[in-house]
Design a protein around this ligand. Structure first.
Ligand code: IPM
Ligand code: MN
Length: 355
């Protein structure tokens, strides 16, 4: 299997080094090594060459690799985030990775900021639409920089786009034997675009009679995720709302450093990244939590059909968390590298895998 690795910027480089270590070891342990190719795209490369992602970059990634792993993108020297948008949003849009799959799973009760909540209460998946909505860049600025400035940012919702993400949420719940799918929109205020979400949800619901399909307005959903996260199995929502509630979800599982994600198009080269950003002030200081990146690697292997390898990584991360063998974010005292080493050690422990 060929995997493109783009460590990117800031702590992205730190956590990716650990994810790479884990992927290599899991490949050896299971006797199925991975061919990892490190690619330089990120702020340094952009500032040196003026190239964020080469013109045919997405097509090259699609055609030459089975999966793409990204660390994080963002650098204060590029305030408009041009390179991050080109690379991250570029790959999402050009490869049509319409599913942003973001699990919210608490591994240890003590990591949850909510009172009296444990792993059984926080175990859900958020599907964020990943190719349209407010992220399409449609709009413009009229008289920019003046007192008369008008800024327009249009939200695009298509029948095809809404249908395929909502259908994926239902299909995922059915395939995993989960019971509940909640769709969140703001159709009480956004009466054009989100009426389409309502229509599609109503169209699809009867086809999944065994599932409990519910709807919440996004503000109420945010409240309910705090009030009682145990009520959710699968949440599906649009691009912007999904961006916001997955940061909320990350906190429920112990912080941004714990959260994993996959940008998927079933059957095509997909991209995996931790939810966190590049956190420049922590870069290179051996303090970032690599667990979200390592769990993103597990998601990637799962997507590639390597279920045992993915499960072994998840087990090793869970063992690290419950034994406090991790960075300060999980209440431990290990650095980024030592956390990676500990997880690698667990992976190599014979009772943790069945090669
Ligand atoms: C995310 C990030 C990105 C997004 C940014 C960096 C454009 O916040 O992956 O959640 O908004 O999608
Ligand atoms: Mn985000």
């Amino acid at each position: 299997m060929r995997i493109a690795v783009i460590p990117g910027d800031g702590i992205g480089k730190d956590v990716t080094a650990e994810a790479v270590k884990v992927i290599r070891v899991v490949g050896e342990v299971f006797g199925r090594p991975f061919d990892l190719e490190l690619l330089p795209y990120g702020a340094d490369h952009y500032l040196e060459t003026g190239i964020s992602l080469p013109p045919n970059g997405s097509v090259m990634l699609r055609d030459e690799f089975d999966a793409i792993f990204i660390g994080a993108l963002g650098d204060p020297r590029i305030p408009d985030m041009r390179h991050a948008r080109d690379i991250l949003l570029g790959i999402r849009f050009e490869l049509d990775l319409y599913i942003n799959h973001r699990p919210v799973r608490l591994l240890d009760a003590r990591l949850c900021p909510l009172k009296d909540r444990g792993p059984a209460d926080v175990d859900l998946v958020i599907f964020r639409e990943n190719t349209e909505g407010l992220y399409v860049g449609v709009g413009g600025r009229f008289k920019p920089g003046t007192a008369d400035e008008i800024a327009v940012q249009e939200e695009i919702n298509t029948y095809k786009g809404v249908h395929r993400i909502v259908k994926h949420a239902f299909d995922y719940a059915r395939a995993r034997g989960l019971k509940r799918v909640c769709m969140a929109d703001k159709s009480n205020a956004m009466t054009h675009g989100h009426a389409l979400w309502q229509r599609v949800f109503e169209e699809l619901t009867p086809g999944y009679a065994e599932l409990e399909a519910t709807h919440l307005f996004i503000d109420a959903l945010a409240m309910q995720m705090i009030k009682n996260p145990a009520q959710f199995d699968v949440i599906v929502t649009n691009n912007m709302f999904g961006d916001i509630i997955t940061d909320l979800g990350a906190q429920l599982q112990g912080g941004l450093g714990m959260a994993a994600s996959g940008n998927l198009h079933p059957g095509r080269t997909s991209m995996f990244e931790p939810v966190h950003g590049s956190a420049p002030k922590y870069a290179g200081r051996n303090v970032a939590n690599p667990m979200g990146a390592i769990l993103s690697a597990a998601l990637m292997l799962e997507h590639l059909g390597l279920h045992d390898e993915a499960a072994a990584i998840e087990t090793a991360v869970r063992q690290a968390v419950v034994s406090h063998n991790g960075p300060a974010e999980i209440g431990g005292s290990l650095g980024t590298r030592e956390t990676g080493d500990y997880i690698v050690g667990r992976l190599m422990a014979p009772m943790n895998h069945k090669p």
